[in-house]
Design a protein around this ligand. Structure first.
Ligand code: G1P
Length: 305
């Protein structure tokens, strides 16, 4: 089973991040020195997925500009011998192909995925939600692809969440536990009431799906109120004999769709970075200690006369 394509829904308004997102797409939030979308593309490239379909909307041009070549900048970096910087801006542009599809109305995640139906053949493909950044030894998507290839079926990524937070997620019901980290899914529920939730295993934004999802989304689109949910489409797809598995992804997952999650991601990723890590660790260790600059400003004044 070859999985070579990724659909990346990036049409959301980013209201949880206003006013920042008034003119700048939330996918362009910085995490250290790279925009969030670049982490998603790099996760795909590390999983050998190079063909991208981004679902965008108005005011998202900065994403396409970032993922395009910039001959003037590249020439200048080349002339000044800044080859590391040159590679950092041109590597992903050279390695991948990007296609953009516009979603003109916010009709839900299922609708966003459905818009890319003509770009996907009779094949399995991946979906990555850019609000979820996954950091670990093995790329998150590569972990799911391994399971999809092993089971010859669709797979969603899950992690345990605290019981009272299930209403923020799509949640799976467990039909069968196969290994400590692998489950066969019974059905999926989008944002359940904690009182009625089938489990505490929440879907985090990585999927490998059969092309059968498009027919399933078509079938339920007539019943959808407000938004067409991908979760409901996956449950419908299972009625067409497509098995769906859930894999507890190994790694740390950050939800950067809100300011606190984004700050945690910035600090977490900085701590893992060989260049920034020691500085941030020292800064965090010193907060609220007598060594801190913030603790006692007067202490740091030096008189030279
Ligand atoms: C979406 C999906 C939900 C999933 C979540 C993961 O929800 O609909 O099933 O659990 O992403 O981040 P959203 O966060 O867009 O409301």
């Amino acid at each position: 089973m070859d999985i070579t394509k990724a659909i990346i829904p990036a049409a959301g308004l980013g209201t949880r991040f206003l006013p920042y997102t008034k003119a700048i797409p939330k996918e362009m939030l910085p995490l250290l020195n790279k925009p969030a979308i670049q982490y998603i593309i790099e996760e795909c490239l590390a999983s050998n997925v190079k063909d991208f379909f981004l679902i965008t909307s108005r005011n998202k041009q900065a994403i396409a500009n970032h993922l395009d070549s910039d001959p003037g900048l590249e020439h200048s970096l080349q002339e000044h011998g800044k080859l590391d910087l040159l590679s950092s801006i041109s590597r992903i542009v050279r390695a991948a192909q990007f296609t953009y599809i516009r979603q003109s109305e916010t009709l839900g995640l299922g609708h966003a995925i459905w818009l890319a139906r003509h770009s996907i053949g009779k094949e399995y493909f991946s979906v990555l939600l850019p609000d979820d950044i996954i950091s670990g030894k093995m790329a998150g998507l590569a972990q799911l692809m391994r399971i999809a290839q092993q089971e010859k079926a669709s797979v969603v990524a899950v992690q345990e969440v605290p019981h009272d937070l299930v209403s923020n997620y799509g949640v799976i019901s467990i039909k069968k536990q196969i290994t400590p980290n692998l489950f066969q899914v019974g059905h999926l529920v989008e944002k359940p009431d904690p009182k009625n939730t089938p489990s505490n295993l929440a879907i985090i934004g990585r999927y490998v799906l059969s092309h059968k999802i498009f027919q399933a989304l078509d079938e339920i689109s007539g019943y959808a109120t407000n938004e067409l949910q991908l979760t409901d489409g996956i449950t419908q797809m299972m009625k067409h004999n497509e098995k769906v598995f859930a894999y507890k992804i190994q790694g740390v997952r950050y939800d950067i769709g809100n300011p606190i999650g984004w700050l945690k991601a910035s600090i977490g990723l900085a701590l893992q970075n060989t260049e920034y890590g020691p500085h941030i660790k020292k800064y965090l260790d010193e907060l609220n200690t007598p060594q801190s600059f913030l603790y006692d400003n007067n202490k740091n004044i030096t008189h030279y006369e």
